[in-house]
Write a protein that binds this ligand. Structure first.
Ligand SMILES: Cc1cc2nc3c(=O)[nH]c(=O)nc-3n(C[C@H](O)[C@H](O)[C@H](O)COP(=O)(O)O)c2cc1C
Length: 383
């Protein structure tokens, strides 16, 4: 029987002492009509805190910039109607005993091909005034000019407004979405960043934009409020992509964020057990990030699942379940590879996941199935 006790020890995140190591990660469920989270959405987040997630991160929310993103069913972080909804989210999560941060998001210039869910082509739309480091919509395909310094400053200022608003609405800090191929990641990823100024060239320079966003946001947060940076190798347009080819390059890339005072790296992987580099080490991304930066890290990726949602969806298969890899998770955690563990889909299916795991009642966990995503706010009340 796996020993999960390590997950139920306290962890210091900025000024907050989290009672355990379990995080509910950002999940955009396309339930925010007009970008506004409903009362049910607030209940859904609070339910994960009630179930035992010590830190609840909201879905990616579009910051106050004209091209930060425009899916009308995903949360926005501008406009009074949306702010009132987010204030309720923060309040309800607090009432349920959790710490809550919004994930501030700007999509940059994205090409996603046909959307996995809807089949709709998401291509370059010049009318939106989309911005990206060098105007590349995918590796090798430049569709517009790269950002001017003024455009970079505008986007950084929009992140800073997001941080300021987060404090005003009662959140406890912020997460910055620096993964999955969106704007911060477009600076990290040298296949899309061809700049020759201070934002591109060496790995360190590719990490500069993220650092400036952190610094600008930090000015608006209260002392001790954490800044979390989500990063990933994988992109929506390329699951096999990498932000760094070696641990040394990873260290150089993240050094500016470390110097800017990032509190936690949230290291997004599709499967937590996959090594970050082909160098014989079994360390995953969170493991390497913690090792080369000395900053705490959070792992994620199919915890509590044994099959991949995206692959299964694409292949028309239903995911098979459950929990085969938790002993490997704990082996890595107990070795000190990472400090926190985020549980997404498994906690959509089973909000009491932390409690069942703590008590060793794995057989009681409701399994995740992609069909739950048809009505994710209610997923946990269905079988
Ligand atoms: C429907 C869905 C929506 C997601 N939305 C976001 C998002 O808004 N921001 C983000 O950083 N990651 C997002 N992710 C990625 C998740 O945070 C997480 O990294 C991923 O689901 C893997 O974790 P899991 O295997 O525990 O579910 C999303 C994933 C899914 C399945």
């Amino acid at each position: 029987m796996t020993d999960f006790s390590g997950l139920f020890t306290p962890f210091q995140l900025g000024k907050f002492t989290l009672p355990n190591r379990i995080v509910f990660p950002p999940m955009g469920l396309e339930v925010c009509e007009g970008g506004v989270p409903s009362e049910e959405a607030a209940q859904y987040y609070a339910r994960r805190a009630q179930g035992g997630a010590s830190l609840v991160i909201t879905e990616g929310v579009y910051i106050d910039h004209h091209s930060s993103g425009d899916n009308p069913m995903l949360g926005r972080f501008h406009g009074e109607d949306a702010f009132e909804g987010w204030r309720t989210v923060a309040t309800k999560v607090h009432e349920a005993g959790g710490i809550c941060v919004p994930e501030l998001w700007h999509v940059g210039l994205i090409y996603r091909g046909p959307d996995l869910m809807t089949g709709v082509e998401v291509a370059f739309r010049p009318e939106l005034g989309q911005v990206s480091p060098s105007g590349y919509i995918e590796p090798g395909k430049q569709v517009c000019d790269g950002m001017t310094q003024a455009q970079i400053d505008e986007v950084i200022a929009a992140y800073a407004r997001g941080a300021s608003k987060a404090v005003e609405l009662g959140f406890d800090g912020i997460e910055l979405h620096g993964g999955h191929g969106y704007i911060i990641d477009q600076f990290f990823w040298k296949a899309l960043n061809h700049r020759t100024d201070r934002y591109g060239g060496s790995a360190r320079e590719c990490g500069q934009f993220a650092a400036e966003v952190i610094t600008a946001c930090r000015e608006h947060l209260e002392p001790g409020m954490p800044v979390i940076l989500r990063i990933s190798n994988w992109k929506m347009i390329d699951f096999a992509a990498r932000i760094a080819d070696t641990p040394e390059e990873l260290e150089e890339l993240l050094a500016p964020a470390v110097e800017a005072g990032v509190d936690l790296f949230d290291c997004s992987q599709r499967r937590f057990w996959e090594p970050a580099f082909d160098d014989g080490s079994d360390l995953n991304l969170a493991g390497w990030v913690k090792k080369v930066t000395g900053v705490p890290s959070c792992t994620i990726g199919s915890v509590g699942l044994d099959a991949d949602f995206f692959v299964n969806l694409a292949e028309g298969k239903i995911a098979e379940l459950n929990t085969v890899r938790l002993d490997d998770l704990m082996r890595r955690f107990d070795r000190g590879d990472f400090d926190l563990v985020a549980v997404g889909r498994a906690m959509i299916a089973e909000p009491d996941w932390p409690q069942f795991v703590r008590d060793g009642d794995l057989h009681q966990l409701k399994p995740f199935s992609p069909s739950l995503m048809a009505d994710p706010l209610m997923a946990h009340v269905k079988d």
